[in-house]
Design a protein around this ligand. Sequence first.
Ligand SMILES: N[C@@H](CCC[C@H](N)C(=O)O)C(=O)O
Length: 282
Amino acid sequence: MTLHFTKMHGLGNDFMVIDGIHQSPVLTPERIRQWADRHFGIGFDQLLIVEPPTTPNALFTYRIFNADGSEVGQCGNGARCFARFVLDKGLTTERDIPVDTKSGLITLHVTDDGNVTVDMGAPITEPSRIPFIADEASTAYRIALPTPIAGQTEVIVDALSMGNPHAVIDVTDVDRAPVDLLGSAIERHARFPERVNVGFMSIVDRHTIRLRVFERGAGETLACGTGACAAVVSGIRRGLLDSPCQVDLPGGSLSIAWAGATDAPVLMTGPAQTVFEGTLTE
Ligand SMILES: N[C@@H](CCC[C@H](N)C(=O)O)C(=O)O
């Protein structure tokens, strides 16, 4: 089997992108894990597949797999790379690109400066739809840790979905947050039946945050687009932030805007870059 792919990244969150319209890759969790391996494979946080649309309003379908082989509903940095990929490959000439995802239709817009703005849709806060186990909706859920971590026996999180589940934790100094230890414990906490992405947020001012994200199925990444959206929504809905916000991640910055109404879409703007083209022969 010969498979052409493109290696891309959005602020260092990196992807293997495959045109699944003109090629028919055989995808298994084992094969994805092998490709994702940074020593024995190509190395990436997520695999993105471009496929034909499944609904009349979309131009494409966009499928996302984590490095651990699990298929997921949304990926913000990947959506921006997806837009650049379909334009650069001549799969469309449209700069407004509606795309079907596992979580519904999203629209990508390539701006004049080459950045991409993604309409990520409205955030979901009902616990059962995140999914998160809770008696009632809140913005500050107390979660007991199975074993103490960095002296903590419980942690307070906000929980919401951006098409994929997120827990947001406020920290005073993001550089010193126990991202790996706490992130992996919360990722697999029993109250998140489909696991969860865990964001550690420090508020700098009402329009700026610093954020690190321990991603479900990938570990800490240099940036997480949906994590940035979730953190800003959490800050705005708790009255701590005002739209728009700059989100400073280890790999660079994103701009996130949200009008604050429950049905208002979250708009994410940032870069998308191609690293190299490759051919895999198996
Ligand atoms: N890196 C992504 C999110 C990818 C999916 C996530 N790990 C999940 O399992 O939901 C982003 O930029 O949003």
